[in-house]
Design a protein around this ligand. Sequence first.
Ligand code: PMP
Length: 412
Amino acid sequence: QFTLEELPVLPLAETFALTAAYNADSFPDKVNLGQGVYRDEACRPWVLPSVRAAEEVLHNQNANHEYLPITGDKQFNDKARELMFSPKLAKNPNIRTVQTVAGTGANNLAALFCAHHIKPKNVFISDPTWDNHYLIWKTAGPEITQKLYPYYNASARSFDFDGMIAALEAGEENDVVVLHPCAHNPTGFDPSQEQWKKIAEVIGRKRLFVVFDSAYQGFASGDPDADAWAIRYFYSTFFGALSDSQTNPPTGMLVCQSFSKNFGLYGERIGALHLISPQSVAAEGAYTHLIRLIRAVISCPSLFGARVVNTILSDADLTAQWGEDVKTMALRIQGVRASLRAELEKINIKGDWSHIEQQIGMFSYTGLSKAQVERLKDVHHIYMLGNGRMSLSGLNESNVGYVARAIKDVVD
Ligand code: PMP
């Protein structure tokens, strides 16, 4: 028997709690390096010019507000799939796409689908990872054991390739492995193409089920095709036209796609989930089960974000503008990495800070301890995650010196 009052009070999820604490702080030079959101040079939210232009187009269309199909907006799904897999691969019938409530909704649907229909014994999740992965898999599949695969070598401040491979070697057929295709959150370290090939080989040989979580396509390198490389490699190797010659394909693959960061559509909650089956498998039934789960959770997805993305990706000029927009964001973050490192070295901070520039994507995994992060907040009004993850777009020319001096203060 259960009573309401027995439930303990839980803390708010860390990024949201940090934003609230930052907003409540009246210190004039406070700095927000918590939530993973892009900020412009003035540290303000940035509406992408391509998105503004699409809003204009949509405004003049006077569209209605009817329900979408359960699977979402077909044109949006087609464009999302082309962006993720390339127009050529996206034509293959063994990739089926549904619209989701952003990347979180895609991850949640993927986990629900696995829990209900794949029924793995274990799910392999990277250590560390986006903290919601743990919660999503715990709530969607409480009976699935979470196994953490090593990802980060703290002493070398690098990707722990050997640790990851050794952990995956212990996987059992149909176990799920969750992978970040680019701009790993929070570490900012991605496998090289050679390392991805080895990871794929192990996953295929062990006959695992793959879930890719793509939240930063285009945002990492500035080139959406380059950032999709790992996903396209897995697809072509295991599930593409040649897959019949493959003796060891994974048992299936799901790809979660978020448009929050790369289109700056955070609050619009737009994403997609792609279900990929081996060519030899008739997966129509699996697709209908995915649809049934969507029906239970959201009935059907929402309109606006799908319309914005579809408007951009259906128009050559707007697509070109969007290409410029993602480059703008990626380049600014790369510039911020260089200037933070330069500021730290200028003031002779102890230790090696080259990892800031070696990492890629929205974050720097600084290596600062929980106590140092606490001190940054309490003494210097600088807000970042307790694991030392810093969201770099909160830095600009005017505050990077202040932040560097504060870091030196807590490190020395
Ligand atoms: N996956 C990863 C790895 C992320 O970093 C994020 C955003 N922080 C998401 C998924 C989901 O983002 P959203 O639901 O806002 O699209």
